[in-house]
Each structure stands twice: as structure tokens, then as C-alpha cells.
Design a protein. Structure first.
Length: 116
């Protein structure tokens, strides 16, 4: 039961992380100091996409699922399991990444233009 809770919590935190990746730049319009945290999250996202490094949250969720007696995440990871093929078809992965990049860039343009 505890392992399942750990796996579920890691999954929820992972979704929150991704939501913050996409929308966190807009929070910086109101709370300017949060831009540094968002830059770190965007940096991690870019590193993950370009190098294929596995997210620690994926490892924690997989570990929790396996120790709870469930199937682990597929080797392709969190995004492939929960998002690709579920939220959008797999062949639109690059388009989805581009859309996220455009949203993040737009949020940063707004951040700069709204400077006091």
C-alpha cells in the first residue's frame, strides 16, 4: 500500500511539474522571482529531450509500482505512458513540443514586456 502511494504521488508530482513547465512562465508575470525556478524547469525539460536522460520522478514512480506488485512503467517512460497516444497521437510529438516551446516563449515575452 505504501509503495502504491509513493508511485501515485510521484505521478501526480510529475503531472504538476509538466503543468508548471508549460504555464509557469505566466506565474512569473505576477510573482517575478518565480522566473528562476521556471528557467530551471525549462532547462531540465530541454536536457531531458535532447539527451534522453531519465527524470527522477519516473524512476521513483517505476520503483513504487514494482514494489507494490504492479507493472512498472514501460521503458519509454512517463510521457510515452501517460501522454503520447493518450492526449495526442504519437506522430504529433514534435508538434506538441513546438507548441510547448511557443507557449513558454510567449510567457517570457510577456514577462519582459510587463517589467516595472
Amino acid at each position: 500500500m505504501m509503495y502504491r502511494l509513493i508511485a501515485d504521488l510521484a505521478m501526480v508530482v510529475h503531472f504538476a511539474f509538466l503543468a508548471y513547465l508549460v504555464l509557469g512562465g505566466f506565474l512569473a508575470w505576477r510573482w517575478r522571482r518565480t522566473v528562476w525556478a521556471h528557467l530551471a524547469v525549462v532547462g531540465w525539460g530541454l536536457l531531458s529531450i535532447t539527451t534522453g536522460i531519465e527524470c527522477p520522478l519516473t524512476l521513483v514512480e517505476d520503483w513504487g509500482r514494482r514494489n507494490a506488485g504492479l507493472l512498472g512503467l514501460p521503458a519509454s517512460g512517463f510521457i510515452d505512458h501517460y501522454i503520447e497516444g493518450v492526449v495526442y497521437p504519437e506522430e504529433y510529438t514534435n508538434m506538441a513540443r513546438l507548441l510547448v516551446a511557443v507557449v513558454v516563449l510567449f510567457s517570457y515575452v510577456g514577462y519582459v514586456l510587463r517589467r516595472p
